[in-house]
Design a protein around this ligand. Structure first.
Ligand code: TYD
Ligand code: MG
Length: 462
């Protein structure tokens, strides 16, 4: 084995984590300026040390241990379900022992609250839990625990910013769940660089990943989202952890959405809906109804679609405002839908439905802070825009789900039957979608061939 030099100095981009032997003004990997910071590494980083140890041990044993696949214990069978249904579903059915999950989100969004509640739930169910706080004092965590009913036997607290102390505590107690709050406040004394720098953040995550993998402890790691909108620089942490769950929401609103950006143990399509209350985060009883902002009578500029986020259909209101623009180029702004998709729909509306928005500012918003990426929302977005321009509400009781082609044709939404069933459950009486569901003429279903036909049906235009 080659000797590792005692002191190693590298320049690490704080944005993307690329390493360079020399300083330069711009990062060659992500092109960001002034992001390289000298990081003095006393020794090689921990994961490579661990891997070295592991490979030497394996070499010494002559061969890697081989287990028959039938003998290997499946992680699935042992998932730790918290009982917070929305969280468990996004995780893929609960936490997997020996895994590490990164919980990202803006400061103040409720990450500490959620994980304290998670730890308390598991402790109450008889699974030992440990909460490592580097961010707040033990007294502050205790204060929050009182508010969210998390003062439970079997939930331990460690207040430290020292990585070795945190790792030592997890190893010594081997809890079912260790919450580490947060990756940005812990630091290893062995490494140069302040807490929160890319080198430290990576070291914290990889050491904790090692601890999780070597035992049965599930580690929930909190990471604040930086100004650039990523957890401590893009790509620096995602590959070190098994799952990345984002907690999102509007700062002033009380709705919080859980979304998986990566999940080795489940789908990334699931969305969890929670509400911030006085006593912590709570599940929303009828999540599907949650995103329906306005009740009857319908107003112009609003259309409802049934989105399928993951396995669950959600009724979602799309709001559009179209207003004559002043000088200069008209504004197009969206929240919750891709602005480029809306630009495309504006072009399709002009070409195939005779609705010209060239001289109008256009704003599109998804109610409730949800983000919709599926093309099945096209029809509802187009209907909301047409409704606002025509100042004519979409017929009450109507939902729309279908994708629009550039030629102005409507394609039926995937799993249209699931969506229709949900729409009916919520009291809607009409679904406007594309052709080919296989049951034309079914009561309440309008199979529109093209955009013009769909809009005529939605707005009852002559
Ligand atoms: P917190 O969990 O500290 O956020 P993070 O760890 O993501 O930074 O949540 C802080 C916010 O949540 C704070 O503004 C107060 C609010 N809150 C409630 O509304 N109800 C509660 O029961 C708790 C504990 C916090
Ligand atoms: Mg916090």
């Amino acid at each position: 084995m080659t000797a590792v030099p005692a002191v190693r100095s590298v320049y690490v981009c704080q944005q993307c984590g690329a390493e360079y032997p020399k300083w330069s003004g711009q990062c060659g990997a992500c092109q960001a300026w002034n992001t390289l910071v000298e990081t003095v590494a006393a020794r090689g980083p921990a994961p490579s040390r661990a891997r070295q140890r592991a490979s030497t041990a394996a070499a010494a044993a002559g061969a890697a241990a081989i287990e028959a696949i039938g003998e290997v214990r499946s992680a699935e069978a042992h998932r730790l379900a918290s009982g917070i249904g929305e969280l468990d579903r996004v995780l893929g059915g609960g936490l997997v022992p020996g895994s590490i999950v990164l919980f990202g989100g803006d400061p103040g969004i409720g990450k500490s609250t959620l994980l304290l509640q998670l730890a308390a739930r598991l402790a109450r169910a008889g699974h030992a839990a440990l909460y490592v706080t580097g961010e707040e004092s033990a007294a502050q965590v205790r204060g929050r625990a009182e508010r969210v009913n998390a003062v439970v036997d079997g939930l331990g607290l460690v207040a430290t910013t020292d990585l070795d102390t945190a790792v030592g505590a997890v190893e010594a107690h081997a809890p079912a769940l260790a919450v580490v709050d947060s990756v940005q406040t812990l630091a290893s004394a062995e490494l140069g660089g302040p807490a929160g720098s890319v080198g430290q953040v990576r070291e914290v995550a990889s050491r904790l990943a090692d601890v999780a993998k070597s035992g049965e402890t599930a580690v929930a790691l909190v990471g604040h989202v930086t100004k650039e909108g990523t957890v401590a620089g893009p790509r620096t942490l995602e590959h070190l952890v098994d799952a990345v769950i984002y907690l999102e929401g509007e700062r002033l609103g009380t709705t919080r959405l859980l979304r998986a950006a990566k999940n080795r143990f489940g789908s990334t399509d699931e969305v969890g809906v929670l509400e911030m209350r006085g006593d912590g985060l709570a599940e929303v009883p009828d999540a599907s109804r949650f995103f329906l902002e306005s009740e009857q009578p319908p107003v112009a500029g609003s259309a409802i679609t049934i989105a399928l986020e993951g396995t669950r259909p959600l009724a979602v209101e799309i709001q559009a405002l179209v207003a004559p623009s002043g000088y200069g180029s008209p504004r197009r702004a969206t929240t919750g839908v891709d602005v480029n998709r809306v630009l495309l729909l504006i072009a399709v509306l002009a070409r195939h439905a005779g609705l010209n928005l060239t001289g109008h500012d256009v704003y599109v918003n998804v109610a409730g802070g949800l983000r919709i990426d599926e093309p099945a929302a096209d029809l509802a977005v187009a209907a909301a825009l047409a409704s606002s321009l025509r100042e004519r509400p979409v017929q009450s009781g109507t939902v729309l789900a279908g994708e629009l082609s550039l030629a102005g044709r409507v394609r039926t939404a995937s799993r249209a039957d699931r969506r229709w069933a949900e729409a009916q459950r919520l009291g809607f009486t009409r679904l406007i979608t594309g052709p080919g569901r296989g049951s034309p003429g079914e009561r309440g279903i309008v199979e529109a061939l093209d955009l013009r036909g769909a809009l005529q049906s939605a707005l009852r235009e002559d």
